[in-house]
Design a protein around this ligand. Structure first.
Ligand SMILES: NC(=O)c1ccc[n+]([C@@H]2O[C@H](COP(=O)([O-])OP(=O)(O)OC[C@H]3O[C@@H](n4cnc5c(N)ncnc54)[C@H](OP(=O)(O)O)[C@@H]3O)[C@@H](O)[C@H]2O)c1
Length: 256
């Protein structure tokens, strides 16, 4: 029996890239979707596409930085489709920035969207999941969570925070029937990586990446890092001496 039919799933950052790809994949598998992002027009087109494929979806225009907007979006989804079974906290931004041009406002913005946005999303759905004794929280973090990489200070810090945040939640929630799945993707072809001149090793097509993420969510994996080749290299980086890590990381900047 498939995992998705009639599950109510809230996806943030659904208007493009990974969120959009997950929405189409889950909509065609029978999930009832609440699609969160700021761009209303893109959400409307996505709802129409999912409905044309026989699925059910609701556009929930909202900025994840607003706790109130996220609560209102979750309330609207519940009113339309019933209790929320799965949250996919995917909304994120990842600017390239050399340390010499550090911009404090940009760092705060990345933290607000990637970390506070994920926290607001969880806060909007978790009390009900705990009350029902069931649910699943999914974080789309990044392999950039494991160690700092060049020209990505804010992004790496935000993704390390996201992974730690959800790991702590997992420990608190495992006795309460709420599962937590933390996904660490490598490079995927989306708007976030488009236009980068630097070489991105093991760059994946969106469809292939979406299939892998859907499987990891279905299996309720606690942590899923992919593609395995890059995940293995990144994990090796965790136990390397600093001089060795720095030499390799400096020579392999993934941002121009
Ligand atoms: N692509 C990769 O290689 C890669 C690798 C590892 C992890 N990731 C992570 O995957 C997630 C999705 O990225 P993507 O590659 O699919 O990029 P994308 O195509 O740029 O999508 C980003 C999504 O986040 C939404 N978003 C941004 N700010 C928001 C806000 N304040 N409130 C609500 N929604 C907001 C955007 O929608 P609106 O602009 O309409 O609001 C958009 O739907 C991110 O968390 C990213 O860090 C990506």
């Amino acid at each position: 029996m498939s995992y998705w039919p009639d599950k109510v799933v809230m996806i943030t950052g659904a208007s493009s890239g990974i969120g959009r790809g997950l929405a189409v994949a889950l909509g065609t598998r029978g999930a009832k979707l609440g699609l969160v992002a700021r761009r209303v027009e893109q959400l409307g087109e996505l709802v129409a596409e999912i409905e044309s494929l026989g699925g059910k979806a609701l556009a929930l225009p909202a900025d994840v930085q607003s706790e109130n907007s996220m609560r209102a979006a979750a309330d609207e989804l519940r009113a339309q489709f019933g209790p929320i079974d799965v949250l996919i906290a995917n909304a994120g931004i990842g600017p390239t920035r050399d340390a010499a041009k550090l911009n404090a406002e940009e760092v705060a913005n990345v933290m607000n969207v990637n970390v506070i946005g994920a926290s607001n999303s969880v806060a909007a759905v978790l009390p009900e999941m705990i009350a029902r004794g069931q649910g699943q929280l999914v974080a789309i973090s990044s392999l950039a969570a494991y160690r700092g990489v060049p020209k990505s200070a804010a992004y790496c810090a935000s993704k390390a925070a996201v992974s730690s945040f959800f790991e702590s939640l997992r420990l608190d929630l495992e006795s309460r029937g709420v599962d937590v799945t933390i996904i660490h993707p490598g490079f995927i072809k989306t708007a976030l990586t488009a236009g980068r001149g630097a070489q991105m090793p093991f760059l994946m097509e969106l469809d292939d990446a979406v299939k892998k993420m859907v499987r990891a969510i279905e299996k309720r994996r606690k942590r899923y890092s992919f593609p395995w080749q890059l995940a293995t290299i990144v994990r090796a980086g965790m136990i390397m001496p600093i001089w060795m890590y720095d030499r390799i990381a400096r020579a392999n900047s993934f941002r121009e």
